[in-house]
Write a protein of this length. Structure first.
Length: 144
C-alpha cells in the first residue's frame, strides 16, 4: 500500500517552472481490469477515450468532482486543481478500485484511469464507471 501511495504522489507532483509538463497516469498492467485514456489507442482492452472539454476547464473539473461524489461507495482521497484520486468499493466483496484523473487544460482534455487493485477480471466494471461519468458530464454540457 505504501508503494502505491508513493507512486501516486510522484505522479501528481509538478513544478511551477515547467507549467507545460503533462502528468501521466499509471499504465495498465496486462490484465483486463483497467482502462486508461493514456493507454495505446490500439489496445482495445485498456484504452478508453479521454473526456474532451466543451466548456471551460474549470466548469468541467467542478462537474467531474460533483459526479464522482455522487457515485455510490466512491470517495475522493486526493484533489488538486489538476488531479484527482478516488477509491470505489464494490458492493458485494468490498474490492477497491482506484480512479485517477488528470486535467490537461492545454489540450482541453480530462485523462482518466480506473483500475482494480486485485484480481484479473472486473467484468467491465471499470469501463462502465468511466462511461457513466462521461454520460453525466455530457448531460451537464461540459464534455463532448
Amino acid at each position: 500500500m505504501k508503494f502505491k501511495l508513493i507512486i501516486f504522489m510522484a505522479l501528481i507532483m509538478t513544478t511551477q517552472a515547467n507549467a507545460s509538463a503533462v502528468l501521466k497516469l499509471p499504465p495498465c498492467v496486462n490484465s483486463p481490469n483497467c482502462v486508461s485514456s493514456q493507454a495505446n489507442p490500439l489496445d482495445e482492452r485498456h484504452y478508453i477515450a479521454p473526456f474532451k472539454i466543451s466548456g471551460t476547464p474549470a466548469a468541467a473539473w467542478l462537474a467531474l468532482r460533483k459526479a464522482i461524489q455522487k457515485q455510490d461507495r466512491t470517495t475522493i482521497t486526493h484533489d488538486t486543481d489538476t488531479s484527482l484520486h478516488a477509491t470505489a468499493v464494490s458492493l458485494v466483496f468490498s474490492f477497491v478500485d482506484d480512479v485517477d484523473i488528470i486535467l490537461d487544460v492545454n489540450a482541453g482534455l480530462i485523462h482518466i484511469r480506473s483500475a482494480s487493485r486485485v484480481g484479473h477480471s472486473d467484468f467491465g466494471v471499470n469501463r462502465r464507471r468511466i462511461e457513466a461519468l462521461r454520460t453525466q458530464l455530457r448531460k451537464a454540457n461540459v464534455v463532448e
